[in-house]
Design a protein around this ligand. Structure first.
Ligand code: AMP
Length: 294
């Protein structure tokens, strides 16, 4: 094992912090014919992340989890500096899930001095998050492609929670012939419906109660579609009413879109993706749900 690779307690995964050590470990795994699974994360892990790890451990011989708060996907007024960093707790959770390897690089390992090459993200990156967070998907596509190069995995696992991100990555993989299979895992929720997110820990008790309105607005859309409602404006306003009545005033978007192109639909067919982005207090949360028979 190289000096930058370490295994603490017997149940904690091997942690690698530099890319040279990483490629050494992975070269061995690849020549041994192992199927490699990759789970990219920004840490502050919760049960949503762990569901991805579990899916990888079940399907692959070797599971690599990356923990890196990627500066290039945060806007200048976003929460990069205050984003939760909980490496010790993350490693304990990953040990319990039997993840094999954790790549947790420092920022200067990933972005060398003078770094200036970015991925121009695909068309599906334009609406929704793309409009509200300019440059976000350029940062996401760039870091994910870099991770795909650093970790020559067979399969990469992403959460439906970040639906547009999944579409961006799927399109990038197809457009740039990246030899990796992308698997989408369902959104893990708290019992009341709130989608798990590392940012939920920013919420105070009142905001936590309000936040559930986001998944309720999606459930309302589902109810309407199941009852035969097809008018986008009617569904939009019903969703917004759920948010407003919970005191959520700052809504970035409520959208009803085609699941592949992410363009608006009206009338609303089965399989439509409903997406919401809204601020609860100062915390921006996103969620989505596929409506009708998906
Ligand atoms: P993040 O650390 O927020 O960048 O997320 C890392 C991965 O975990 C992404 O693929 C997310 O979509 C996924 N993820 C985040 N929250 C959830 C959740 N509640 N359920 C399932 N996957 C999730």
């Amino acid at each position: 094992m190289t000096s930058s690779a370490s295994r603490g307690r017997p149940d904690s995964p091997r942690v690698v912090t530099d890319s040279a050590a990483l490629s050494q470990v992975l070269r061995k795994a690849r020549t041994g014919g192992k199927v490699i699974g990759l789970v990219p994360t920004m840490g502050a892990l919760h049960a949503g992340h762990l569901s991805l790890v579990r899916a990888s451990v079940a399907a692959c011989d070797l599971t690599v989890v990356t923990i890196f708060v990627n500066p290039t996907q945060f806007g200048p007024n976003e929460d990069f500096t205050r984003y939760p960093r909980t490496l010790e707790a993350d490693l304990q959770m990953l040990g319990r899930e039997q993840a094999d390897l954790v790549f947790a690089p420092a920022a200067d390992q990933v972005y060398r001095a003078g770094f200036s090459t970015y991925v121009e993200p695909p068309d599906v990156a334009q609406p929704l998050e793309g409009r509200c967070r300019p440059g976000h998907f350029r940062g996401v596509a760039t870091i994910v492609l870099k991770l795909f190069h650093l970790i020559p995995a067979d399969v990469a696992f992403f959460g439906q929670k970040d639906y547009q991100q999944v579409r961006v990555i799927q399109a990038m993989v197809a457009d740039l012939d990246v030899p990796i299979r992308v698997v989408i895992c369902p959104t893990v929720r708290d019992p009341d419906g709130l989608a798990l997110s590392s940012r939920n820990r920013y919420l105070n008790a009142t905001e936590r109660r309000q936040a559930v309105a986001i998944s309720r607005s999606l459930a309302r859309a589902e109810e309407l579609v199941r009852d035969g409602e097809r008018c986008a404006a009617t569904i939009h306003s019903a969703m917004r009413a759920v948010l407003t009545s919970a005191g959520i005033e700052r809504v970035d978007y409520v959208a009803l879109v085609d699941p592949l192109t992410l363009t608006d639909v009206d009338p609303v067919p089965d399989g439509t993706m409903a997406l919401v982005a809204a601020f609860v207090g100062g915390t921006r949360l996103i969620d989505n749900r596929q409506l009708g028979k998906g």
